[in-house]
Design a protein around this ligand. Structure first.
Ligand code: ADP
Ligand code: MG
Length: 368
């Protein structure tokens, strides 16, 4: 068992105009100057400035997608192939580059984001293990206003998808399509299908993607070739594109926007409480079940998981307040450490887990 902190990587997207961030040469620190207007001074409103310093595990300014992958993801994926669960989350305001970081840009192959690169790494590394038989599967879930949507099957309605937790605390999302993929190309085709469905949901069903969380999960099962009853490695990597963290002004918004903002604020704040709770040995209750995001991610944030938070910031001077707020969130995550251990199980336990999943699915069918 090793101890691992939540790793925090800051990525600043290139700024079109003036920038509010100064990058320190050690590539781990930044400083930000925030201009503030202080009301009520004797000679009227006066501008004042406040400066902040933040330290992270890694700061990426004008970095390529490849550099981001190396800094944030390749180690997590390598560990997953050794049986450790992993989670990589992109956090930040809308427009800061979360989806660009996770999924990538469409203009060139070089712009591929973390998800396609992770799939590439998984299949390349599995190929290099001739003594192992691998089963790779994927799921793609979207959470919008606390409802669950299957991005790999848009015919599934939110009420058909539910979170089931076994008595041993194993969380499964039942009703969600789990697609077994035999090749990188097959997995990429599904990713593309899911991304397209996310856009369709946005245009036809008014599910604004910047207001939803999406979780692409790669599930890995590795067993010795030709042996039954031996050790099986089971792991999963959750790749999470979080909803925009910007604060929506209550005075300026109403109806749906306000409801969305309420759900987002709540789930991001519960995510923070859960991560802080996991790092606090004295804490008895970690509020995983308080929102769908943390409940779904329960096994991906818990004791045997490597977690990376990519804090996406938009370095334009006009975005300073949100940049400071994202950095503060990310800084709080840096204090968290948790125990990590590999998921090596006997073949019989794999069977127990499969049966638990089947029970969940049957219960789901009975409930419908
Ligand atoms: P978010 O998902 O955080 O709302 P996006 O990833 O959609 O933000 O990014 C907003 C826009 O900025 C997109 O057009 C995206 O292609 C572009 N963009 C974001 N980050 C970068 C980057 N590092 N380099 C180039 N373009 C970027
Ligand atoms: Mg986005």
């Amino acid at each position: 068992m090793t101890t691992s902190a939540v790793r925090v990587v800051l990525r600043a997207r290139p700024s079109d105009g003036g920038t509010c961030i100064t990058f320190l040469p050690d590539k781990k620190g930044i400083s930000i100057v925030q201009q503030k207007v202080i009301e009520g001074r004797p000679n009227g409103s006066q501008p004042a400035s406040q400066s902040y310093q933040f330290k992270f595990d890694n700061v990426l300014a004008a970095a390529s997608q490849e550099e981001v992958y190396e800094a944030a993801a390749s180690e997590v994926v390598r560990s997953a192939l050794e049986g450790f669960n992993g989670t990589i989350m992109c956090y930040g305001q809308t427009g800061a580059g979360k989806t660009f970081t996770m999924s990538g840009g469409k203009q060139s192959y070089k712009q591929r984001g973390i998800i396609p690169r992770a799939l590439g790494q998984v299949f390349a590394e599995v190929k290099a293990m001739p003594d192992r038989e691998a089963k790779i599967s994927v799921q793609y879930l979207e959470i919008y206003n606390e409802a669950l949507y299957d991005l790999l099957d848009i015919t599934t309605q939110p009420h058909e998808i539910s979170i089931y937790e076994s008595s041993r605390g194993l969380v499964t999302v039942s009703g969600l399509r789990t697609a077994v993929v035999d090749s990188e190309a097959e997995a990429l085709a599904l990713l593309f299908e899911g991304e397209t469905n996310r856009v369709i949901g946005e245009h036809q069903l008014n599910r604004e993607s910047s207001r939803s969380h999406s979780i692409f999960t790669i599930m890995i099962e590795l067993r010795p070739v030709g042996e039954s009853g031996g050790d099986v490695l089971l792991s999963r990597v959750a790749l999470v594109d979080l909803a925009g963290s910007e604060r929506v002004s209550k005075t300026k918004s109403e109806g749906l926007v306000l409801r969305e903002a309420g759900h987002i604020n709540k789930s991001l704040s519960i995510l923070e409480q859960v991560i802080l709770g996991l790092g606090d040995k004295n804490r008895e209750h970690v509020p995983f079940r308080s929102c769908k995001l943390t409940h779904v991610l329960k096994n991906s944030l818990g004791g045997n998981c490597r977690t990376v938070l990519v804090a996406n910031v938009w370095s334009d001077a006009a975005q300073t307040d949100e940049t400071v707020s994202t950095c503060r969130f990310a800084q709080r995550m840096m204090r968290v450490t948790c125990e990590v251990s590999a998921n090596v199980v006997q073949d019989s336990s794999v069977r127990v887990r499969q049966l638990e999943r089947q029970v969940a699915d049957l219960q789901q069918e009975l409930a419908m």
